[in-house]
Design a protein around this ligand. Structure first.
Ligand SMILES: NC(=O)c1ccc[n+]([C@@H]2O[C@H](COP(=O)([O-])OP(=O)(O)OC[C@H]3O[C@@H](n4cnc5c(N)ncnc54)[C@H](OP(=O)(O)O)[C@@H]3O)[C@@H](O)[C@H]2O)c1
Length: 236
């Protein structure tokens, strides 16, 4: 049985991944929501760990008993938008960077030494990392940095394969609050299938749905002035 640790396993993408891996692996499912952690722990293949990814001491104490890991999936995250760029909300920026970026450093410090040689590290970023998007100064910056972190680790970690996940829109509680159209959005089941397939093949860049992410990857190649002009069209 593989041993898989997943942060953000109490909801959305992380919960989909936890339920998938629990069919044939031992899953350490991490989150703060005690009610959902209790539900997950009813599965004999799931060990629920209550932790806050923004608090290093919480990660260290919750994961003390975790031994070897085959797959470490750092997925916990949140999304908040900057509504008024001119009156920049520094507290919002800090919150998003802490949950989506600094947490990765805290988790890596405690958990990377537990990943066995030949094991895998998976960091869930976002396709928002590909191009600058309106109102995404905090979220997009955190995810662009998360992708860089993952790809830089892929250079230096010689015995661990690193994958970075760039989802398009996935229907989860995180996106349910979005007040704008989400083109080509996919279900948690579709996201779980795409991510677990990519992990099984040890793909370095797991991105989906392809039609959506390939368009963003093409836009990424445009001169920045052209993208800034085009992006006015998607500004609400
Ligand atoms: N949904 C999308 O369209 C989409 C697209 C691209 C990328 N992503 C990324 O995919 C990841 C999962 O997103 P999702 O859509 O599945 O969101 P979600 O349904 O809101 O789930 C977020 C998860 O993160 C956990 N979490 C948040 N803050 C935490 C904290 N301080 N400590 C510990 N756990 C924390 C939550 O657990 P607790 O509440 O139990 O703490 C929850 O399990 C995120 O990194 C997100 O940025 C999502």
């Amino acid at each position: 049985m593989k041993r898989v640790l997943i942060t953000g396993a109490t909801s959305g993408i992380g919960r989909g991944l936890a339920e998938y891996y629990a069919k044939h692996s031992l899953v350490y499912a991490c989150g703060r929501n005690e009610k959902v952690l209790g539900q997950l722990a009813k599965d004999e293949n799931i060990i629920a760990l209550k932790l806050d990814v923004t608090k290093p001491e919480s990660i260290a104490s919750a994961c003390e008993a975790v031994e070897d890991l085959d797959i470490l999936i750092l997925n916990a995250g949140s999304c908040e938008y900057i509504d008024d760029a001119k009156h920049f909300d520094g507290a919002l920026f800090k919150r998003v960077i802490e949950v989506n970026l600094l947490s990765l450093g805290y988790c890596l410090e405690v958990l990377l030494p537990k990943v066995v040689s030949g094991g895998q590290l998976v960091i869930v970023s976002s396709s928002a990392a590909f191009v600058p998007l309106p109102r995404a100064q905090a979220y997009g910056a955190s995810k662009a940095a998360a992708s860089y972190l993952a790809q830089s680790l892929a250079i230096d970690l010689e015995d661990i394969d690193v994958s970075v996940v760039h989802p398009g829109f996935v229907e989860t509680p995180l996106t349910a609050k979005n007040d704008f159209p989400m083109p080509m959005s996919v279900s948690v089941e579709q996201a779980t299938k795409a991510i677990t397939h990519g992990i099984s093949k040890r793909h370095k860049d797991i991105h989906f749905p392809k039609k959506f992410t390939l368009i963003l990857k093409l836009l990424q190649l445009l001169p920045i002035n052209l993208w800034l002009f085009l992006s006015k069209g998607i500004k609400r």
